[in-house]
Write a protein that binds this ligand. Sequence first.
Ligand code: ADP
Ligand code: MG
Length: 324
Amino acid sequence: MTGHKLEPGILKGVNTPTIEKLIKAGIPTLEALAVTPARHIVKLTGMGIETAQKAIDKARTILKWDGFMPYDEYQKTRVPRNRCSTGSSELDRILGGGIETGSISELAGAFGSGKTQICFTLAVVCHLPLEEGGLDGNVAVIDTEETFKDKRIFEIAKARGLDPAVVAGSLFIAPAYTSDHLLYQINRLHQLIQDHNIKLVIVDSLISHFRSEYIGRGMLADKQGQLGTALSTLLRIAQANNVAVVITNQCITTPDASYSNPHKPTGGNIMGHAGTVRVWLYKARKNERLANILDSSYLRDEKIRFMITEAGVVDMPGKEDDGG
Ligand code: ADP
Ligand code: MG
């Protein structure tokens, strides 16, 4: 348990049945409670909005999230963020040291651009200690496309000199057959993270169900609304539990590997705001790929090359200049 456990008696004036309802709805910690909107709790539990808001307010008070404080003091209350290696030191470098905990990293690109291969490599590396590029914890995967194949995971593990059985033991996988199913699985994450020391959450792909279920202009608002709910819930999960969240976003247009004319990602503005970091991926020749960080609030727009091999994502051999 990384947060403050939610249990009867901990919130003054909030009765035991209310606490039990919250826990049953997948809110196991004060942190999870404090970051969940009251409306969302009403939807999950059926309790009244005032009861939900009271519980949230009490949790915020205990966590000291209910007021302003001097900068130095604020910094001390912040849990240090860690970073998971993608397998390529160049890709890690442009990401500021790897995939960051406490935020969402979005992998965007066309089919075959390497999104799932990056997810695989992160999933293999995550259980390693911090000094070795991991997050010293387990991985939760929501697999909407049935692409998370253990054969490939074992291949990557073996090629990296890691024990496939240990890697397999660090993975928790859930299917999601519809967008509604996906939202259900997302709502289970707070509890899973607490129970199984999860440090990395992968949603591959976040977009596909929304795209196939909400067709046409008339459905656009509904689609954006549901996608926004999924994203904001994931961001709160990342922040409350200090886990890294990686989502994939397949772009529909044909790739032309042109940096001057990047494709519009599916999901539009909602994704642009919620994804703390967006990595654009492009196919180059053979197993080479290009990665480009765009629109980050703190990272430079940089592009690099990496490769996909039997070891998953790796650096280019030697020192090559990437022309884009
Ligand atoms: P997407 O972006 O659609 O998720 P992927 O990440 O699955 O695409 O990338 C698929 C590509 O990864 C394949 O086209 C192939 O180039 C490469 N790849 C997959 N498996 C291997 C492997 N075992 N060895 C080398 N390259 C591989
Ligand atoms: Mg994929």
